[in-house]
Design a protein around this ligand. Structure first.
Ligand code: BMA
Length: 339
């Protein structure tokens, strides 16, 4: 076996968790799974807050250094609006933020929890005070969506994760395209969940938003490992082609971050690390993540180390069955729909 074990790549901030319910200016159950961005020189977290009904909304926390001194909005910042958007009846969850240069606005992709299950929705904002909804992007069951900052051949691109139905046991990551951010099509699988004993067998989903690097789009994804007594959410990385994000150039073999500390192993949902945001500050990449669906924590790595690691990862392999079917093709077949 030629596999090289890199172990964990991100180092936890030693005073984690950085935000807990104890810091919150109003009553709620838990604060977790934040989106992250650098806005006006400050680190901005759009934090998922779950209330005592079990429904979630988002509240902004800002910090000058991205570590401490958080200023938290005293009221919920972005709340569900089920009267006008019935798909938000059971709340909004797990936001991912992308700055859209062309619009000079931030796009927030989030999970709207509808009566038929979760679905990806989009909203735009200039200031994280007023949000204009674009509306639901795709029908349920689907979550873990983020939009790319730029168009590809005139089309916006959205990563998302449809959930398995009765016909499949696998939840793969998909990518779709749109000319107006409202109607999404040209759907295809981007990353397959692996099979058998892998840490990312059966169920995967995007974690934070894609980051542009000179060598490709860096994405982080979670793999859900299910064993008889428990589940674990762990994280891996992949690199997508800059010009054609449907092409997976590299993919982690081992996971690069997983639940280990008490605040990750024990909480409302045990054994979960779940980042919805990451930022690059100087030469450092920082992930902001929910620990055990209960609090917000921070871990970081040197960007150079992450790029060195991803370069050493193997090329993406498609699942055996799929490769056998399309024997003679490298990876997936060319998509005739794409312009
Ligand atoms: C996923 C998402 C996350 C959550 C995780 C663990 O399906 O819903 O919001 O953190 O499960 O409970």
């Amino acid at each position: 076996m030629t596999w090289k074990n890199h172990g964990e790549l991100f180092v936890r901030y030693k005073r984690n968790p950085i935000l807990t319910m104890g810091d919150w200016p109003y009553k709620a159950n838990s604060v977790f799974n934040p989106a992250a961005a650098i806005v006006d020189g400050k680190t901005l977290l759009l934090v998922r807050v779950e209330d005592h009904r079990g429904f979630s909304h988002f509240t902004v926390a800002r910090s000058n250094n991205g570590i401490d001194g958080w200023e938290i909005d005293t009221e919920p910042t972005f709340t569900p609006d089920p009267v006008n958007y019935p798909e938000e009846i059971y709340g909004i969850e797990d936001p991912r933020i992308t700055y859209i240069d062309e619009l000079e606005k931030w796009a927030v992709a989030y999970t709207a929890f509808s009566d038929s299950g979760p679905l990806p929705a989009l909203a735009l904002t200039e200031d994280f005070r007023k949000f204009d909804r674009v509306g639901p992007a795709l029908p349920p069951d689907n979550k873990d969506a983020a939009i790319f900052p730029a168009r590809f051949n005139g089309k916006w691109a959205l990563i998302h994760r449809p959930a398995p139905t009765v016909h499949s046991k696998k939840a793969n990551i998909w990518i779709s395209f749109s000319t107006d951010m409202k109607s999404w099509g040209w759907h295809e699988v981007l990353l397959y969940a692996r099979e058998g004993g892998w840490w990312d067998a059966h169920k995967i989903g995007l974690s934070p938003q894609p980051i542009r690097t000179p060598e490709g789009w860096l994405i982080m994804y979670h793999g859900v490992r299910q064993t008889t007594p428990k589940i674990s959410y762990r994280l891996g990385l992949a690199l997508l082609d800059l010009k054609d994000p449907t092409k997976v150039l590299r993919r982690s073999e081992g996971w690069v971050f997983g639940p280990h500390e008490t605040y990750e192993r024990s909480g409302d949902v045990n054994d979960v690390v779940f980042p919805c945001g990451w930022v690059v500050v100087n030469d450092e990449i920082r992930i902001y993540y929910g620990g055990a669906d209960t609090s917000v924590s921070l871990a970081s790595a040197k960007m150079d180390d992450i790029m060195r690691y991803i370069r050493e990862c193997p090329e993406e392999q498609c699942p055996d069955e799929y490769c056998r079917f399309f024997e003679g093709h490298k990876g997936r077949p060319a998509d005739p729909k794409k312009g």
